[in-house]
Design a protein around this ligand. Structure first.
Ligand SMILES: [Zn+2]
Length: 512
């Protein structure tokens, strides 16, 4: 008759934890599991019990006995969870990955839903099995312990971030306590005073920039504390902006409260965090000296309110997000969407008076047209080069497309001429209309022909090379998408005269 071995273990630490891991509980769980599985009936059941032994060592009497019998009289080993079997990752892994498969022994860990039969002949077993063990051993225990400690620190109002909140500094006598920073606390105080006087966040930023108050980033940089947070030098942070002022104005911690655990990790396997509802924040009143009173803070919130939703709010979606850089000051251009002609502008002038930076302004539609035509130009040159190097026969395509382009240009010239003639009175309106319509039709036909050629080129290119390289895989594109833009473009330089230069992620086929 075949045999199942139940392995039950209880350590002295487990006893302190309560009943859940008691020997009788483990036994019930395992026997229930066995009776629920059809394929586990008709087995003789043996119990191996180590009471009062920790899982770190494998030198346990019952376990030793069990391991001696595995593969001889024992066919299946079943435990409540991996850590019952052992808490030594390498040894547990060795048994599950090597010893048991070699002996033909089936291993089941009920709580982790692990059954070696499900992983026969695959290397996934070590993965699945040990992942569960690692989780069990390190993450659950340790991260819960850390969290518990952290939570009690939060409740006591301790400040656990690396960098002190702007306006404060760490107290040298009391650990994790904030005290007012004599250099920056007055700045915070003034932000609130100005807001209560009715100044907007933008106006406050302008005042500070005019007076030469260092921005929070520049302050940290001067003190050398920027490195603690791993801040990279970005021209974005070198001046005060409405966003910074807004952030401070709405930060309730300036009233002396400590607010912790606003966000939490989604789970222990990722770094991603999620927001926690306000009701679950850990708030400690009077954790540190307030910089502003509660009344002033509330007043500032009221004053700020009307400015929250501006008629032309900066759009959160834009095709060229973060790509356009002002070549004068280095700042990223911001996108103004809700205006008649959506455009990108260098924001520096908004916050700095007597700014030497030119008011660059790039029309969105013109930018799109420019970028698309530049991309098409690059692709064409690249594909032609590639084909030329491989098969000279395909050169005729290049000639064809160039011919079409020339014709298209001529059409545009003719159209301009028609306008001039109309303006000069050399052409009557009806004739003008008729002739422009003709030109339009021709143009559409030529564009179509050009596109077909480009697609043909693309397919030739793709079939010759199977996986088109770099520019080649984009051949034939007619429209911009955010993904495409992000893949192809590293940066778009915007010069004071509004001229543009694209820095590509691929080799520039025209320049080089
Ligand atoms: Zn600029």
């Amino acid at each position: 008759m075949k045999t199942i071995a139940l392995y039950l273990r209880l350590s002295n630490e487990d006893i302190n934890e309560g009943e859940s891991d008691s020997i009788s509980n483990q036994r019930d769980l395992l026997r229930n599991y066995i009776s629920s599985k059809k394929d586990l009936q008709d087995y003789e059941i043996l119990e191996f019990i180590d009471d009062g032994y920790g899982g770190a060592t494998f030198d346990r009497p019952a376990l030793n006995k069990l391991l001696r019998l595995t593969g001889k009289t024992i066919d299946i080993v079943i435990v409540k969870d991996f850590s019952r079997f052992g808490r030594n990752l390498i040894e547990v892994g060795n048994y599950i990955d090597q010893v048991f498969p070699f002996l033909g022994v089936r291993f089941i860990a009920v709580n982790e839903d692990y059954d070696s039969n499900n992983y026969k002949g695959s290397t996934a077993c070590i993965d699945v099995g040990l992942k569960a063990l690692i989780y069990e051993m390190y993450s659950r225990d340790i991260s819960q312990k850390i969290r518990a400690v952290q939570k009690s620190k939060f409740q006591k109002g301790e400040y656990l971030c690396t960098l002190p909140l702007y306006g404060y500094m760490r107290c040298s006598n009391v650990k994790n306590k904030l005290i007012q920073n004599p250099e920056t606390a007055p700045v915070v105080k003034r932000i609130f005073e100005l807001a209560c006087e009715g100044k907007t966040a933008t106006q406050i930023a302008v005042i500070f920039n005019t007076e030469g108050v260092p921005s929070p980033y520049m302050y940290h940089r001067a003190k050398g504390t920027d490195k603690k947070r791993g801040w990279k030098l970005s021209s974005e942070n070198t001046i005060w902006t409405n966003a910074i002022v807004h952030r401070y104005l709405s930060d309730e911690r300036y009233t002396g409260k400590q607010i912790s655990r606003k966000r939490t990790k989604i789970d222990i396997n990722t770094k991603k965090t999620k927001q926690i509802p306000r009701s679950e924040w850990i708030i400690c009143e009077d954790a540190h000296e307030p910089i502003v009173s509660r009344d002033v803070w509330k007043q500032a919130q009221l004053v700020m309110k009307p400015y929250r939703s501006k008629p032309y709010a900066i759009a959160d979606y834009n095709l060229f997000k973060g790509l356009l850089k002002c070549e004068y000051c280095g700042r990223t251009l911001t996108f103004f969407k809700n205006i008649k002609e959506p455009c990108y502008r260098c924001p520096t002038r908004r916050f700095v008076t007597f700014c030497e930076c030119k008011d660059v302004r790039i029309n969105e539609q013109q930018l799109k047209d420019f970028v698309l035509s530049e991309i098409q130009r690059q692709i064409r040159v690249f594909v032609f080069e590639e084909i030329k190097n491989g098969k000279p026969d395909n050169n005729r395509f290049q000639v064809e497309v160039e011919r079409l382009e020339k014709q298209l240009k001529q059409l545009d010239c003719k159209k301009t001429l028609l306008f001039e003639n109309l303006a000069d009175g050399k052409l009557i309106k009806e004739d003008f209309k008729e002739k422009t319509a003709e030109l339009c039709e021709k143009k559409i036909a030529l564009e179509k022909e050009k596109m077909e050629l480009l697609q043909k080129l693309n397919s030739i290119y793709a079939s010759e090379d199977n996986v088109p390289k770099e520019w080649g895989k984009y051949a034939g594109i007619q429209e911009l998408s955010q993904q495409l833009v992000a893949e192809l473009i590293q940066r778009i330089k915007v010069f004071p005269d509004n001229s543009l230069e694209i820095v590509w992620n691929f080799k520039d086929c025209i320049k080089d």
